[in-house]
Design a protein around this ligand. Sequence first.
Ligand code: SF4
Length: 237
Amino acid sequence: MYAEDDLLPISALQHLAFCERRCALIHLEGLWDDNVFTVEGQLLHERAHEELVESRRDLRLSRGLRLHSLRLGLVGQADLVEFHRLPDETSPEPCAHGPPGARLPGLPGDWRPYPVEYKRGKPKPDICYEVQLCAQALCLEEMLGASVPAGALYYGQPRRRQEVMLTATLRAHTESLALRLHELIRAGQTPPAEYGKHCRNCSLLELCLPQCASGKRSARRYLRQAMQDALAPEGNA
Ligand code: SF4
């Protein structure tokens, strides 16, 4: 179990799953390059959090719900968590990851949590978003003591929702990334760049400079050195 002061952001797992260096540049070195895609993504998340709670028959919607897991050392906020009321005849027997539903204050019955994460773009070939969604589900299971067998990713292009089954494999991968995230932050060292196809989709490409030999150095040190070189009087090497 982690202490509350040691919790790390769930969103860092998405960066870690994409590239360890990217995760370190953002969460250790504090670098972030806002581009049109990241700004649009932030606006989408803000819109997703605008309303706090909505009620419909057999469905409760909670936006911007704070999440945490002391077991995995994670903290964050869900864009949307749907709570689906389970039929009364649902078996009270626990399923694989806990009881099938959670009790909600002031409401009768059992409710199954279903996290939905909003993404600006289209589905990606990797599973970075699935890892982030799975981490949210693991937090919900720990907080509510209820099973979360599935969730969904809502993509802006095209506007559609894709269900994600939270399989044992995805859960194990997410848990191992959470461990690795804590190791990386504790070590405090930015890993060297490894240039690959994924770099072309990385908003930090120009700060990371993965194709330079200097990609082995901290991006912050590289930029500082480049600035010093540019400002140095002529004739100085
Ligand atoms: S440019 Fe490539 S190596 Fe650098 S942080 Fe992005 S994905 Fe990682």
